[in-house]
Design a protein around this ligand. Sequence first.
Ligand SMILES: [Zn+2]
Length: 259
Amino acid sequence: MADKCYKCFRPMETCYCKYIKQIETGIKFVFLIHPKEAYKQKTGTGRLAQLSLPDSELIIGVDFTQNKRIRELLSDERYFPVVMYPGEDAWTAGGVRETAPHTLKEAMGEKQLLVFLVDATWACAKKMLRLSPNITSLQKISFTAGYRSEYTFKKEPAEDYLSTIETCYYLIKELQSAGICPSEKAENCAEPLMDVFRRMVKFQIESQKERVAAGLPDRYQVAGGIRAKRRALREARAREACAREIRTGDPKTAENHSS
Ligand SMILES: [Zn+2]
């Protein structure tokens, strides 16, 4: 693609940069992006999130064990690193874990929360985590509540699947209500994340309608039918295996079930 914006990786005429509003949250985010997702300008929201959060970084890769920047971050005493991943032993913004008598805020002390977020499909995320014990061994953080994605144009089984930018949005909101966002910003400081995301979804729906109106095949139904079903099955299996891997800490258990 000749005229591409090298910030948001979209074609210049539909570049989202003008809609991006940076927000200060006091939380550091690191997006771990699979190379497959890294340049997806249509559906990838990790890059939008990274552009919206000034204190965030985007690291492309699969195996992060030897990653110099991650090593640096993990050995930096200023941070309290966690990985966004569900599980019984995961921290939630305000809740207390059964295994720990204190809240996340108490555990953090004066440190800054550093959230690692894997931006990939379940199958890729599973692989990334399996290869990166320095990330899997981190303490986990998860949501207190359940959320539904507004990513409606992707005809995928999307119940629990939030896009990366939505994940940031809800997590920031939960952390704010738990008093964990140190910068005393306005209560709605995370809204620009949802604004730019909704714009993206709207744009996708509109261009899809235009395609259909012009007699072009529906991009999301072409891949439908058997292929979509197979993919859904693969993703479900990967998700299961990944949860098992995280629970048992044994990567081999999960490997046998990979597709
Ligand atoms: Zn742009």
